[in-house]
Design a binder for this molecule. Structure first.
Ligand SMILES: [Zn+2]
Length: 430
């Protein structure tokens, strides 16, 4: 949904992890450059390059602090309304507070959303007032100018976010209103994301016009934002549908056949298993105990000519790094964890019996098939037919192969418990 390049954590604020995506550095360089060479020399002529650079850097830093406060406002209200917030990420288009679930009621959605633009408006007023107070004092004039400019930027930030296109705040408020009136979250989301796409196309057209007629950089930026917004709207709707489809569906319904592989099996053999349609992560079993998991993605990362020599045990992910969930866990819970797991899968097991292994790929494949077959509209627990509730891979042979007693103690030391206890659900949320 967000064009993230890979992010790193910079700290924690009010309990929310703050992350910076690598794409954010493109933005900060661009902003400092425009502030230093264009904006401040135009707004306050007569100073040296060093003064403009200092003003540009200060303005950029306070602008990002403002963005962070906007997202923090969303996050704090979300938490108070029972919506889990994974953290705040700054990226090339600004900031985003990542939640793994929807608000429970329209009024919650409205409150969580409206405080963001409100925070920006309060900041706009504060910066503007500070600027007005200091701009007349000769020595403080540059600081006053930076402050007034920050006031204007925060105002623009609030105004832009209030445009009625999902996933912008205005689009979320619109969705909450339609949801309140119709009682139908799916319809509200469809309308709001349609608004987001229309707005995105409009901005792209406006950007194209500016590229041809006026300020080239502004036009390019506007077109870029429009492109991002139309994409984000489309993928928000797809993600909404997916979350809807998998809510209350037990993980066992999405499990695929998982043939156990020996540690000395070659990566070439693994590739053959994957291409033949096995689940996209397979258990590595030694002497009847599970020792690790190999994923399709990791096999894909090994060049063809190196696959015959490399073995499963050299490529596998250790059990200590993998979350274990009981079979009655719901898919939406697992998805929330998998989205931040760096490609690590989830093991489904109970009483030392391995039911299967899941990756995001397996789940999105399941969603696509369930929709093709019309099963997404059936009762999630029953699936229309009794068998769907049964673990698909529970054969006698599998029971024999899949005990993992040997590694339970090691995984305990990690703070991750063994198979099948309810506390497993908490693991990995950190
Ligand atoms: Zn916002």
């Amino acid at each position: 949904m967000i064009p993230l390049l890979g992010s790193f954590k910079v700290g924690r604020w009010f309990g929310f992890p703050i992350r910076i995506d690598l794409s954010w550095f493109v933005l900060i360089v661009l902003i400092v450059w425009i502030f230093t060479t264009v904006e401040f020399p135009r707004q306050l002529p007569g100073y040296g390059d060093g003064a403009y650079l200092a003003m540009g850097i200060a303005a950029a830093l306070f602008f990002f602090l403002s963005l962070l406060l906007h997202e923090l406002a969303h996050s704090i209200v979300a938490r108070s309304r029972g919506v889990h917030v994974q953290g705040i990420t700054l990226f090339i288009f600004g900031g985003v507070a990542q939640t793994t679930m929807e608000a429970k009621r329209p009024v919650d959605e409205f409150l969580i959303t409206v405080v963001g633009p409100l925070a920006s408006l309060v900041l706009a007023a504060a910066f503007w007032a500070l600027g007005a107070l200091t701009a007349e004092l000769y020595i403080l004039a540059p600081a006053g100018q930076v402050s007034r400019y920050l006031g204007w930027l925060n105002f623009v930030l609030a105004a832009f976010n209030l445009l009625p296109g999902f996933p912008l705040d205005g689009g979320r408020i619109f969705r909450a209103a339609v949801w309140q009136v119709t009682g139908d979250l799916r319809r509200a989301t469809r309308w709001a994301t349609m608004g987001g796409r229309l707005l995105g196309y409009t901005l792209m057209a406006g950007g194209g016009f500016l590229i041809l007629q006026g300020p080239f950089i502004s036009g390019l930026w506007l077109a870029f934002i429009g492109w991002f917004l139309s994409n984000a709207a489309a993928s928000s709707y797809r993600q909404f549908q997916m979350i809807r489809t998998i809510a209350n569906v037990p993980v066992t319904r999405a499990l695929r056949p998982t043939p156990a592989v020996a540690p000395q099996a070659s990566v070439l053999e693994l590739a053959e298993l994957f291409v033949a349609g096995a689940a996209s992560a397979l258990p590595v079993v030694r002497e009847g105990g599970l020792v690790g998991v190999v994923t399709l993605e990791d096999v894909a990362g090994v060049p063809n000519d190196g696959r015959a020599e490399l073995t499963a045990s050299e490529l596998m992910i250790d059990l200590g790094e993998i979350r274990v969930v009981p079979p009655d866990t719901n898919l939406d819970e697992v998805v929330a964890w998998l989205q931040n797991s760096d490609g690590r899968p989830v093991i489904v097991a109970a009483q030392e019996v391995l039911h299967g292994i899941l990756t995001l790929q397996d789940i999105s494949d399941w969603v696509a098939r369930a929709r093709t077959l019309g099963l997404d509209r059936a009762d999630p627990r029953r699936g229309g037919v009794g068998e769907y509730a049964e673990p698909i891979v529970r054969t006698e042979a599998r029971r024999e192969e899949s005990r993992w007693t040997r590694h339970r103690d090691e995984t305990h030391q990690d703070g991750r418990s063994g198979a099948g206890t309810r506390s497993d659900r908490e693991v990995g949320h950190g």
